[in-house]
Design a protein. Structure first.
Lengths: 389, 368
C-alpha cells in the first residue's frame, strides 16, 4: 500500500470515529458551520466538539506547518482529507478568513513572532478576522486607498495612528481583528506607501455599520477608524511595501472565490427541487453541466500543473473570473427551474426565500475580490502580455 | 484525473509539433486547394506520417503499430489542427483502426499492418443527410444468397473518394451492421465533394452492392455498439483538432493585437479588445481540459467514455466557433481576406464542429 493509500485509510477511520453525526448533515445556513472567534456562540455541542477535534489534529488548516497549528500535510494529502470529508458529507469544522486569506500572507511575509502569535489561535478558531481592503473611493482601483496611518513616534508614542474608513468589510461587526491596508506614505506613486497592519476591532475609535444588500442580508459593513492606536509590532512586512502582500493575498482569495469544486451540480439541485425540466430548460442545464465539469477539471489540472506549493499567479484570475460568472449562470438557471416557487421571499416553505436570496447574493461574486473586468485586465496584462493593460 | 501528460506523451507532442509545422504547414493546404489537387492531401506527407509511426498510433504492437492510445492520437490531431494539415489520419488511423480492432482477428490481422505502413486508406460511411444521425440509418443490407445487397446513400464520407475500402453502416433485420466494401465495388457510385475547408469527402450511392458474410465487421446486428465506439474516437480526436486550431487562431490574434496600430496606438491597448481576447483565453483553457478528460476517459474505457466525449465535442464545438469568429472580427478587414490564414481556420472549424455531431446534437444526446 502506498503512503497516500495508507493516509486515506487512516483518515477515513479517524473521521468515522470523530465526526459527530449531526456534523454530517447538509448545511442550510452559513452559521451551520463554525466561524470561530471571541463572540461565536456554538449552535450545538457537536459543532464545538467537531472544531476541537479537528483543531487538535491540525486539520482546520491541514497544509500549514505543525508548529503553527496545522498538520503539515502535502497537497496530495490535503486533497485526500477533503475527499474523505466530502465522502461522509462532513461540514467544515471551521470557516475562517484567517485560514483562507490572512494565514497564507502571514506564512509568507510575517515575522516569526507574528506567526507564533496569530496562526495557532486562527487554527483553533479562537480569533475571527475581517479584511480591510476596499474604501469608498478605492474599489476596483484599490491601490488608491487613503486610510491614513501615521507614525507618531516623534510625539512620544510607540504606535501608529489610523484614521479613515473601509467598506465591504465582510462580517466586520462579528470579527475580533482586522487585517488592513493603510496609507503610510502619500507622496509617491500610489502602489508605494501602502502598509499591511493588524489590529483589534475592540480598539478605541473603531466602529462598524452593516450594509443591507439586495438579498436582504448584511454580510458586509462599513468600518470607520477614528484615531485608532495600532502597536508598531502589528505591521506585517516592510512599511510602505504592503502592496505586494495585498496582491499575494488577493491571489489566494481569488482561488478561493473561484473554487466551485465543492458546489453541488445544478442538475442535482434541480432534481432535488423535484422539477422535471422541459426541453429548453434541459438543454440549458446540460450546457451548464458541461461547463461545471470543464471548470472543476480545469481547476484540478491547474493545481496539478503548478509546482507543489506554488501560487497560480495570474491564472487565479482566470479561475476567479470564470468560476464566479459560472455561479451566476447556475443561479439564473435555478431560478428558471424553480419558477414562481423560487420567488417566495418569506416563508418556512422556502426556507426564508433561500433560493431567491442566494440568487441575489451571487450577483456580488463577480464584483467582490476584484471585478470580472479587473480579472480580465490581469489576464490581458500578465498572460496575453498586451500593451498598456 | 490529474490530466497531466506522461513523459512519452510529452515527447510525442514535441515531435508532432515540429513535424507538422515543418511537413504540413498551412501553405500546403493552400497549395492543394489552389492546384485543385486530385487527391486532396499530400501522399508524401502520409508516407512521412507512416515513418513517424503516427498512422499506427492506435494499432497494437503485434500488428506493427505503436499502440499509444487515444491521448496520443489526440496530441497528433491537435498539431494537425494548428497547421490545418490535411491527411487521412482521422478516417484511416482513428475511425477505421477503432472499427477494425473490434472486428475480429482476421480483418485486423489483414488490414491493420497495411494501415500502419501507409499502404491503404479506409473511410467510414455513416451519415446520410445534412445532420449527424447514426441512430436512424436508412441504408439497408438485404440478405442475398450467402451474403447481402447494400442499397442506399451516404454523404460526408471523409476521404471516401480515395479510400481503398469503405466501412459502411447498414441496417439489417437483426439491427445495425458494419460492412467493409472495396472502394471500386460494382454498384457503388462515388462523387467527390470538395468542402468549404478545401478537404475531401464523398457522396456515395449504393445500388445493390453485393457483399459476402466475410465482409461483415464483428457480428451481424451488433454494429451499433461498435459504431458508437468508433464515432466517439472520431469525436474526441476532432475535438483535439479543434483545440489545436482554436489555440492557433487565438495566438495569431494575440500577436496581431500587439502589431496593428490605429488612432496612433497599438490596438491591443484597447480594453474592449483585451477583454474579448482574455475571455477567449479562459474558454480555450476549459476546452483544453475537456479534450484531455475525454481522451483520458477513452483510454480508460472506451465503452463508458461516451458522456465525456459528448461533453468535450459540445464544448469544443462552441469554443472553437467562438475562437474563429473572434479572430476574424479582431483582425478587422484583414480577417476577411483569403490572403490571411484566419479564414481557412474558420472554415475548417465549421466542418469539424459539424462532423459527427455539433454542440446541439451532443447536448441532446447527453439529455437522454
Amino acid at each position: 500500500m502506498s503512503d497516500l493509500e495508507q493516509f486515506r485509510g487512516e483518515t477515513r477511520e479517524w473521521l468515522e470515529a470523530n465526526c459527530p453525526a449531526q456534523m454530517r448533515t447538509p448545511m442550510n445556513r452559513e452559521t451551520d458551520a463554525c466561524w470561530g472567534g471571541r463572540n461565536w456562540v456554538f449552535q450545538s455541542e457537536d459543532q464545538k466538539i467537531w472544531l476541537e477535534r479537528m483543531a487538535a489534529k491540525g486539520w482546520t488548516a491541514p497544509s500549514w506547518p505543525k508548529e503553527y497549528g496545522g498538520a503539515g500535510l502535502s497537497r496530495a494529502e490535503a486533497k485526500i482529507l477533503g475527499q474523505e470529508m466530502k465522502r461522509i458529507g462532513a461540514r467544515p469544522a471551521l470557516l475562517s478568513f484567517g485560514i483562507w486569506m490572512l494565514g497564507p500572507a502571514l506564512l509568507k511575509f510575517g515575522s516569526d513572532a507574528q506567526k507564533m502569535r496569530y496562526l495557532p489561535e486562527i487554527c483553533r478558531g479562537e480569533i475571527r478576522w475581517c479584511q480591510g481592503y476596499s474604501e469608498p473611493n478605492a474599489g476596483s482601483d484599490l491601490a488608491s486607498l487613503a486610510t491614513k496611518c501615521e507614525d507618531i513616534s516623534d510625539s512620544g508614542g510607540d504606535h501608529f495612528l489610523v484614521n479613515g474608513s473601509k467598506v465591504w468589510t465582510s462580517y466586520a461587526d462579528e470579527s475580533d481583528w482586522i487585517f488592513c491596508l493603510v496609507r503610510t506614505d502619500a507622496s509617491g506613486k500610489k502602489h508605494h506607501g501602502i502598509s499591511f497592519v493588524l489590529f483589534d476591532m475592540q480598539s478605541e475609535g473603531v466602529s462598524t455599520k452593516p450594509i443591507k444588500l439586495i438579498s436582504g442580508r448584511s454580510p458586509f459593513c462599513e468600518t470607520f477608524f477614528d484615531d485608532v492606536k495600532v502597536p508598531k509590532e502589528n505591521l506585517v512586512g516592510e512599511r510602505d511595501k504592503g502592496w505586494s502582500i495585498a496582491k499575494y493575498l488577493l491571489t489566494h482569495e481569488r482561488e478561493m472565490i473561484g473554487d466551485s469544486g465543492n458546489l453541488k451540480p445544478v442538475a442535482q439541485m434541480v432534481a432535488e427541487m423535484g422539477i422535471t425540466p422541459d426541453a429548453g430548460l434541459q438543454a440549458k442545464i446540460t450546457e451548464l453541466t458541461i461547463d461545471e465539469w470543464a471548470f472543476s477539471q480545469t481547476m484540478s489540472r491547474m493545481l496539478a500543473e503548478a509546482k507543489a506549493g506554488a501560487s497560480l499567479g495570474a491564472k487565479s484570475s482566470m479561475l476567479k473570473y470564470y468560476g464566479t460568472e459560472l455561479n451566476k449562470r447556475r443561479y439564473e438557471v435555478m431560478m428558471d427551474a424553480a419558477g414562481t416557487d423560487g420567488l417566495e421571499w418569506e416563508s418556512e416553505r422556502s426556507n426564508d426565500g433561500d433560493l431567491a436570496r442566494k440568487w441575489l447574493r451571487t450577483k456580488g461574486n463577480s464584483i467582490e475580490g476584484g471585478t470580472s473586468e479587473i480579472q480580465l485586465n490581469i489576464i490581458a496584462k500578465h498572460i496575453l502580455q498586451l500593451p498598456g493593460a | 484525473m490529474a490530466l497531466l501528460l506522461t513523459d512519452d506523451e510529452k515527447m510525442l507532442q514535441e515531435s508532432a509539433e515540429g513535424f507538422f509545422a515543418d511537413k504540413a504547414p498551412v501553405s500546403q493546404l493552400r497549395a492543394l486547394r489552389d492546384e485543385r489537387d486530385a487527391t486532396g492531401f499530400s501522399k508524401a506527407l502520409w508516407a512521412n506520417m507512416a515513418e513517424m509511426g503516427f498512422t499506427g498510433v492506435l494499432v497494437p504492437e503485434d500488428q506493427d503499430g505503436v499502440d499509444m492510445g487515444f491521448m496520443a492520437a489526440g496530441l497528433i490531431a491537435e498539431q494537425m489542427g494548428r497547421n490545418l494539415s490535411a491527411s487521412p489520419f482521422l478516417s484511416t488511423s482513428v475511425l477505421a483502426v477503432t472499427a477494425l480492432k473490434q472486428a475480429g482477428a482476421e480483418h485486423a490481422a489483414k488490414l491493420l499492418p497495411q494501415i500502419v505502413n501507409g499502404k491503404i486508406l479506409i473511410a467510414l460511411a455513416v451519415d446520410e443527410a445534412g445532420k449527424h444521425d447514426p441512430d436512424n440509418i436508412a441504408l439497408t443490407a438485404r440478405p442475398s444468397g450467402n451474403g447481402f445487397k447494400l442499397s442506399g446513400k451516404k454523404s460526408m464520407v471523409v476521404d471516401g473518394h480515395k479510400a481503398d475500402q469503405i466501412i459502411v453502416a447498414a441496417r439489417t433485420d437483426e439491427g445495425l451492421t458494419l460492412f467493409i466494401v472495396p472502394g471500386d465495388a460494382g454498384g457503388l457510385e462515388t462523387e467527390r465533394t470538395i468542402m468549404v475547408d478545401s478537404r475531401n469527402a464523398a457522396r456515395m450511392v449504393f445500388d445493390d452492392v453485393e457483399v459476402t458474410g466475410e465482409q461483415v465487421l464483428g457480428d451481424v446486428g451488433k454494429g451499433a455498439d461498435m459504431l458508437n465506439t468508433v464515432l466517439n474516437a472520431g469525436r474526441a480526436v476532432l475535438a483535439a483538432e479543434m483545440l489545436g486550431a482554436s489555440a492557433q487562431v487565438f495566438e495569431l490574434t494575440n500577436e496581431y493585437l500587439k502589431e496593428r496600430k490605429q488612432f496612433g496606438r497599438i490596438i491591443g491597448e484597447f480594453q474592449a479588445l483585451q477583454h474579448r481576447l482574455a475571455h477567449l483565453y479562459c474558454e480555450i483553457e476549459l476546452a483544453r481540459t475537456s479534450v484531455l478528460a475525454a481522451l483520458t476517459a477513452l483510454d480508460n474505457n472506451p465503452k463508458s467514455a461516451g458522456p465525456f466525449v459528448s461533453m468535450a465535442k459540445a464544448k469544443l464545438g462552441s469554443v472553437a466557433k467562438l475562437a474563429a469568429l473572434e479572430s476574424v472580427q479582431l483582425h478587422g478587414g484583414m480577417g476577411m481576406t483569403d490572403e490571411l490564414d484566419i479564414g481557412l481556420y474558420l472554415k475548417r472549424i465549421r466542418v469539424a464542429q459539424e462532423l459527427f455531431g455539433d454542440s446541439d446534437y451532443h447536448i441532446a444526446k447527453l439529455n437522454k
